[in-house]
Design a protein around this ligand. Structure first.
Ligand code: PLP
Length: 430
């Protein structure tokens, strides 16, 4: 059987990242860095993905296509969290609470080691990242932290997830800002169409463009780099909701050129549940006030630490998040994106051959990703969800009617699972 350690070794070839276990004292620090066994080069692609699948604890009888809601962490992440939890509860009396010894909680320290690890995923410095609990925290820290005045405007899409929007709605009710909503056609036709919608909703009072990187309900991949460049020319904050993109498609916040990017690593990055991040471009960090102030709310040397002032938190989750970042980097974000998109292309091609299928997510190649949203004529989303589960233990998520279901392909899925889903959908449609 392949162990966690040997698999990290298998994966370490192209992007060697040493697995760091900060703050665990002697308990785990002795673990060796990843090594690359010779047989790796001989693994063909499908063999690689089959090997990777053994690192997940989802039963092999189940096909899990709902990562867009919540990911399944690999064994390495689960073990790191559990081992740390046990260590903390067992050895808590050892904790002398002196400055340079191991800590047993989070909330009062900059946690730069973990921020650096996330920086390697996002291609930025760790000091430009704040650790949060999820994407919703990140959105709210921007929406609430900006000095917005009555009449200032924010552009949002009608498809924004509540966790990508409601902070602005609160400011509208409380402070009189104006939230301008774009209506995005389904399916969205082209990147230009989306850009035109943002530009048409923009006025001289516009201060923020709230941009989904990939939208939750329709799985549209937005032309984020182009939108951010246009926002910059107009001195508008470009705030990117990365809840559906981080860990799914390659994210490089510097190449995107965004002012802010927030995400939930517990989805596609397969981190522990209840972890999040917020990146803010260095030259704009000072424009944000802290929303939850505690001791370092006004820290001038580490502006993003000001946004991590929410009191005691769970160190074990952070340790697991660091392992998830390593796991992700060892596979490589480009390779993950290619795999997810290839599985989704297989699905979309098969769906197009099933009579009565309506694909609601885009088919324009620049707007697609690993998630597809589709329906079947005369079938509700709930019926499709239940049929796939009861007949094939295939888990997709209903998006309500008349839309259908959201089918998210990720690295633990296989071409065989996609074919099995297509066969059942064909049966249903027939
Ligand atoms: C696009 C988008 N933004 C924000 C969120 C909120 O994420 P969380 O609940 O992890 O804060 C989600 C969750 O599904 C989402 O899909």
């Amino acid at each position: 059987m392949t162990t966690r350690r040997s698999f990290l070794g298998l994966l370490s070839a192209p992007l060697a990242v040493s697995v760091a276990w900060p703050r665990l004292g002697n308990t785990l620090a002795a673990r060796p860095a990843s090594r690359m066994p010779a047989e790796f080069g001989a693994l063909r692609d499908e063999a690689y993905w089959r090997e990777l699948r053994t690192q997940f604890t989802i039963p092999t009888t189940d096909a899990f296509f709902n990562t867009a809601t919540l990911g399944s962490s690999p064994r390495a992440v689960q073990e790191a969290v559990l081992t740390s939890l046990q260590h903390i509860d067992r050895d808590i009396a050892d904790w002398d609470y002196k400055g340079d010894s191991e800590n047993f909680f989070t909330g009062y320290y900059p946690e730069m080691a973990y921020r650096d690890q996330l920086g390697t995923v996002l291609n930025c410095a760790g000091r430009d990242v704040a650790l949060t609990q999820n994407a919703t925290f990140g959105m709210n820290f921007v929406a609430n932290g900006l000095d917005l005045r009555p009449g200032d405007e924010v552009v949002v899409t009608d498809q924004a997830h509540p966790g990508g929007r409601k902070g602005y709605d609160l400011r509208a009710k409380r402070d009189g800002i104006v939230v301008r909503q774009i209506t995005v056609p389904a399916p969205a036709a082209s990147p230009d169409q989306l850009i035109d919608l943002y530009l048409a909703a923009t006025t001289s009072r516009t201060r923020v463009w709230a941009i989904p990187h990939i939208s939750s309900s329709r799985a549209i991949r937005y032309p984020v780099a182009r939108l951010c460049a246009l926002a910059r020319e107009r001195n508008i904050w470009s705030v990117v909701d990365g809840a559906q993109s981080l860990g799914h498609i390659a994210v490089d916040v510097q190449a995107l050129g965004c002012d802010a990017f927030y995400a939930s690593p517990h989805k596609w990055m397969l981190g522990p549940k209840g972890t999040g991040l917020l990146y803010v471009r260095p030259d704009r960090q000072e424009e944000l006030w802290a929303t939850l102030p505690s001791s370092a709310w006004d820290n001038e040397t580490d502006p993003m630490f000001r946004l991590m002032q929410y009191g005691t938190g769970n160190l074990s989750l952070l340790i697991g998040l660091g392992v998830a970042a390593d796991f992700h980097n060892q596979i490589g974000s480009g390779r993950i994106e290619q795999r997810d998109v290839a599985l989704a292309e297989q699905l979309r091609t098969g769906l197009a051959a099933i009579p009565g299928t309506v694909i609601v997510s885009p088919t324009h190649p620049d707007l697609t990703c690993g998630t597809t949203v589709y329906g079947l004529k005369n079938r509700t989303g709930g019926e499709i969800q239940d049929y796939l589960w009861s007949r094939g233990r295939i888990r997709v998520r209903s998006m309500g009617d008349p839309v259908g279901v959201r089918h998210a392909c990720h690295i633990y899925n296989s071409p065989e699972e996609v074919d099995k889903a297509l066969a059942l959908l064909g049966e249903m449609a027939g």
